[in-house]
Design a protein around this ligand. Structure first.
Ligand code: NAP
Length: 439
């Protein structure tokens, strides 16, 4: 009876996870999706606590208290820009749990003399993938948090060395895969590791005969994999290029050659930039990683509101890999209260640039770099971009002449129709807002 009840609860939890995943696919239902997923998790945990194999609840209680004390501040106060490393850390802990369960199950089975061959294979797979995910996620965390160097770590004869290491032992695999990857490619790696963690959970599920772990692990494994593929696709880069291409390294950037456009960047004063926007009919804001760094989403919305009050029409152009994780810009702008209808996907907004008076680029670089279309040697060649250069005029906010994530120069910034407003994006947007009010 108790077992049947547990299985029914697991089925309910699995159903809730599926509905939650679906809801998470759209910004306006994402919050409800998270609530459903949390409820599903609570149902799954409650059902597991009814398991007859639990001999004492004390350690579970202690673990739950420690988890809650550590998890609450993590969820509440970690800023959006630090989200990729927070996720990497969570994966490391989740995978550590799977690994420890695998080792524990093996020891239990050994002392009870109940270790079948299939059981050992499942446990071995679980510990292997779990261990890989723990180490890999910690490396990813180190790079994103800049404890380890963010640039790709490369050296002469690296591939030959890597192959030797691969032959020596699976333990070295993590180093082989993770070390040569640039810090900003880490989101792809993190979601790939997410996929491994899911597979480790599936293996755990088979090893300890737990249906919910098998279902959830499969969902996690597949969604992590699909996300990694989607990110690579949006950057027009193959998986092997992300894992072995050392994107952003000096050698790759050098091979791209200098900017082909020539010319100098022209700067503009906040007053002139504001005048241009105040009298524009159609304005498109292109947010990028710099907006996230500056935490300037609220100021961007306020400026858009001011322009709209004067009769202008303002849209936000969303590139699928702007920022450092999928949906990065959507989340930030939604948090600032920008209505969803104002967020326009790349495919749709690209048709509109030709009739746009002013494009305001806020800390975006690679996602608006025309070299993706014009320079076949560029590391970003072939990546779909926002065709900002087609607009009547462009104002770009950035702190200086720093390159984007790919490390290559951006021809858009030396285009005669582009004016640069240098400074931190938040401060520049505040000044622009004040000037638009006075215009
Ligand atoms: P980006 O190419 O990384 O460029 C960001 C720009 O923001 C920099 O040029 C920087 O110039 C400027 N900036 C930084 N801090 C700023 C501040 N406080 N105020 C104003 N400007 C600031 O950004 P992106 O155009 O969003 O492109 C994203 C890149 O990340 C793409 O290459 C994409 O492939 C990659 N990526 C994305 C994901 C994802 O899922 N979203 C995953 C992996 C990789 P200054 O230093 O001169 O200010």
């Amino acid at each position: 009876m108790r077992d049947t009840l547990i299985q029914i609860a697991y089925l309910l939890a699995a159903f809730l996870f599926l509905v939650a995943l679906r809801a998470l696919g759209k910004p306006d239902t994402a919050r409800r999706g998270m609530q459903l997923a949390a409820f599903g998790m609570a149902v799954g945990i409650a059902a597991t606590l009814l398991n007859a194999r639990i001999v004492s609840y004390e350690w579970i209680l202690i673990g739950s208290v420690i988890g809650a004390v550590a998890g609450y501040p993590l969820g509440k106060w970690v800023p959006m820009t630090a989200m990729p490393q927070r996720i990497a850390l969570s994966h490391a802990l989740g995978a550590l749990a799977a690994t420890v369960v695998g080792v524990g199950e093996y020891c239990n089975g050994l002392s009870a003399g109940e270790l079948g061959r299939g059981h050992v294979v499942a446990l071995g797979f679980e510990v292997l993938l779990g261990g890989l995910t723990v180490t890999g996620s910690l490396m990813a965390f180190g790079k994103l948090q800049e404890i380890l160097p963010g640039r790709p770590l490369t050296f002469l004869g690296q591939n030959a060395f890597n192959l030797t290491i691969l032959a020596i032992g699976v333990a070295s695999l993590v180093w082989l895969v993770i070390l040569p990857i640039g810090g900003a490619d880490m989101p792809v790696v993190v979601s790939l590791l997410n996929s491994y963690a899911g597979l480790a959970a599936v293996a755990t599920g088979f090893a300890i005969d737990n249906n919910i772990l098998i279902i959830v692990g499969a969902l996690d494994g597949l969604s992590g994999f699909i996300l990694s593929v989607a990110m690579s696709k949006a950057m027009n880069r193959s998986f092997s290029n992300v894992l072995f291409g050392a994107f952003g390294s000096a050698a790759v950037v050098e091979a791209a050659g200098p900017s082909t456009a020539g010319g100098e960047m022209m700067s503009i004063t906040a007053e002139d930039a504001a005048l241009r926007m105040a009298y524009a009919e159609k304005v498109v804001v292109v947010p990028g990683y710099g907006l996230a760094v500056a935490q300037a989403q609220h100021q961007a919305r306020e400026l858009a509101d001011l322009i709209e009050k004067r009769g202008g029409d303002v849209r936000f152009a969303i590139h699928p890999v702007a920022g450092r994780m999928p949906g990065h810009m959507n989340v930030l702008l939604a948090e600032a209260g920008v209505p969803y209808v104002k967020l326009v996907d790349m495919e749709d907004i690209n048709e509109k640039f030709a009739e746009t008076d002013v494009v305001l680029v806020v800390g975006a670089n690679d996602v608006v770099n025309p070299a993706a279309k014009t320079n076949p040697k560029s590391p970003i060649y072939g990546m779909p971009i926002l065709r900002v250069a087609e607009a009547r005029s462009v104002i770009a906010l950035k702190r200086g002449r720093g390159a984007g994530f790919s490390g290559v120069e951006n021809d858009l910034f030396v285009d005669p129709k582009t004016s640069m407003l240098f400074g931190d994006a938040k401060q520049s947007l505040i000044t622009l807002g004040l000037e638009v009010k006075n215009a």
